[in-house]
Design a protein around this ligand. Structure first.
Ligand SMILES: C[S@@+](CC[C@H](N)C(=O)[O-])C[C@H]1O[C@@H](n2cnc3c(N)ncnc32)[C@H](O)[C@@H]1O
Length: 205
């Protein structure tokens, strides 16, 4: 099954609130984003946002330019249905983050929770980083949440790559400065625990 079919199959066969990565709110992401010096006109891109509630919470806080990108159309459809009329206040992009054609320097905050760690192929990782370089303006920030070194080795039937913040910094390259990081123990809807790390990078050049 290809990548898109895999994720579409999950979102068409499971309740979005029962998937293992579900949280009612992405609290750590919201805190890290709130700590950034960005105003309500910032262009925020949630890469692989799926059906998560981050977009809801950002719209409630008054952010005016929120885009959710996901490879699974079914995930975007579920998020839009949940939001109802408010869905029209966000932008929805059905795309693969390793191949997305985004306008240059158009993003102020790139957010990714539990997406990059699925890229086990070096070419895919390089393509993802190319997209990030292309779309994130200098002075903008990337928040990347992945499984930590003591996190699971698999998720959703797929192998993942686990990262420490310094390892992610090495992947992104010298244009990015690690400005913050923290850990989270995610309690899954089934009661299991998954250790995440969240890293914040500022694009310096
Ligand atoms: C584990 S879920 C995380 C969803 C959301 N970020 C959250 O924290 O609740 C991974 C998400 O990434 C999406 N995804 C996986 N690979 C992707 C890719 N190459 N490009 C865009 N989205 C992708 C999946 O469809 C899914 O919605």
């Amino acid at each position: 099954m290809d990548r898109q079919a895999h994720w579409d199959n999950i979102y068409t066969t499971r309740d979005p609130q029962a998937v293992i990565w579900y949280r009612p709110h992405l609290d750590v992401s919201l805190t890290l984003l709130g700590d950034l010096d960005v105003n309500l006109d910032a262009h925020i891109l949630d890469v692989g946002g799926g059906a998560s509630t981050l977009v809801d919470d950002l719209l409630v806080r008054g952010y005016r330019h929120v885009t959710v990108l996901d490879i699974a159309l079914a995930a975007l459809t579920a998020a839009q249905a949940r939001l109802g009329d408010a869905a029209s206040r966000a932008t929805w992009l059905h795309a693969d983050a390793t191949r997305a054609e985004l306008p240059p320097a158009s993003v102020d905050v790139w957010h990714d929770r539990a997406v990059f760690h699925f890229l086990t192929d070096a070419t895919d990782r390089a393509r993802y980083v190319d997209c990030l370089h292309h779309a994130l303006r200098v002075g903008g920030h990337a928040i990347l949440a992945t499984f930590a070194p003591d996190g699971p080795t698999m998720c959703s039937g797929l192998t993942v790559v686990r990262y420490a913040p310094e390892e992610l910094a090495a992947v992104l390259g010298e244009e990015f400065r690690l400005s913050d990081h923290r850990r989270e123990t995610h309690v899954t809807p089934g009661g299991g625990e998954q250790r995440f790390q969240y890293s914040v990078f500022r694009r310096e050049s």
